[in-house]
Ligand binder design. Structure first.
Ligand code: IPM
Ligand code: MG
Length: 358
């Protein structure tokens, strides 16, 4: 079968990590008899430099013509918060998610067996294992609500960001979470701030309704501040964690850190129709860009998620995940995960070693 993949190499370390992930795609294709055709899509700071806006016209259409989208990273100090919105890389990422209706963002945070020592938590906690799936609502809430900035008479400038959620938006992300839990350890923790926010009270009531439809899945409500604490106290208690956009943004960074390296974690953003978007959760790391230092594993594991969630090819997904674990078990490390005394290898060598195991 031939799959068409949109490649958004992006900024900073994006191009380097995407290059290694493409190498892995090719290796899997060869082994399992698939071919991949690539469509290069310009987006992010590099697009601002090339055509004056971070989200060039026709970007969504180009992506929609593909079976899946693979994204490296976008952003960098050159295109900072002082720039107009249409030049900022973050604007492009949000617009792409919205235009492709990618409302469900899956961010697994799992401690890989070879890296138990990289976990910054207590040894006993790490040994109990960490394997949670953060399900973040991705196209609603405060990141997409109406913004305003105006002058007041006595308080200077004032701004507002509106957080809005509809029952429909909550229900579809909730269903995703319950369905995923059924394939895992059958537990959903729904995170909200229902003791303060009206959107959270609606969130909670919809989740409770869904919980009744999934009696085989254990369900709990967790307040967001408590959840932040529990992730560092005892992350092993969580299976699927479902939450709104901003809470999920913050908690998924926290969850990634307890697994030892943000450089290892992939993500999938999916909607009800193709294409899904796959990207590492780390950023563009401009400080190490172009130096063959970046860890390509998160992007390579994003390819595994692409196989699993967009192409329904679980064997291919496992082949990639096993190859990553094998290379880590042999002791190879990029600088972000190298234990003291271990000489790190570069981006390209890590990619090559992973390919060799496929
Ligand atoms: C992420 C990032 C983005 C987000 C930014 C770059 C807009 O932090 O994917 O988590 O907040 O969604
Ligand atoms: Mg984030």
């Amino acid at each position: 079968m031939d799959y068409k993949i949109a490649l958004i190499r992006g900024d900073g370390i994006g191009p380097e990590v995407v290059e290694e992930a493409v190498g892995v795609l090719e290796a899997v294709g060869k082994k399992f008899g698939h071919t991949f055709t690539y469509e290069e899509v310009l987006l992010g700071g590099c697009a601002t430099d090339a055509v004056g806006k971070s989200y060039p016209d026709g970007t969504a259409e180009k992506c929609k013509a593909c079976d899946a989208v693979l994204l490296g990273a976008v952003g960098g100090p050159k295109w900072g918060a002082d720039k107009p919105a249409e030049q900022r890389p973050e604007t492009a990422l949000l617009a792409l998610r919205k235009d492709l209706e990618l409302y469900a963002n899956l961010r697994p945070a799992a401690l890989r067996p070879a890296l138990v020592d990289a976990c910054p938590l207590k040894k006993e906690t790490a040994e109990r294992g960490i394997d949670l799936m953060m399900v973040r609502e991705l196209t609603g809430g405060i990141y997409f609500g109406k913004r305003d900035r105006y002058q007041t008479e006595d308080r200077g400038t004032e701004c507002t960001d509106l957080m809005a959620y509809s029952e429909k938006e909550i229900e579809r992300i909730g269903r995703r979470a319950f369905e995923l839990a059924r394939l895992r350890r059958k537990k959903v923790s729904s995170v909200d701030k229902a003791n303060v926010l009206e959107t959270s009270r609606l969130w909670r009531s919809v989740m409770h309704r869904l919980a009744e439809e999934y009696p085989d899945v254990a369900y709990e409500d967790v307040l967001v501040d408590n959840c932040a604490m529990q992730i560092v106290r005892d992350p092993g208690q969580f299976d699927v964690v479902v939450t709104e956009n901003m809470f999920g943004d913050i908690l998924s960074d926290e969850a990634s850190m307890v697994t030892g390296s943000i450089g290892l974690l992939p993500s999938a953003s999916i909607g009800d129709t193709a294409p899904g978007l796959y990207e590492p959760i780390h950023g563009s790391a401009p400080d190490i860009a172009g130096q063959d230092k970046a860890d390509p594993i998160a992007t390579i594991l994003s390819v595994a998620m692409m196989f699993r969630y967009s192409f329904q090819l679980p064997e291919e997904a496992e082949a990639v995940e096993k190859a990553v674990d094998a290379v880590l078990a042999e002791g190879w490390r990029t600088q972000d995960i190298a234990e003291p005394g271990v000489t790190p290898i570069g981006t390209r060598e890590m990619g090559r070693r992973i390919r060799e195991h496929i």
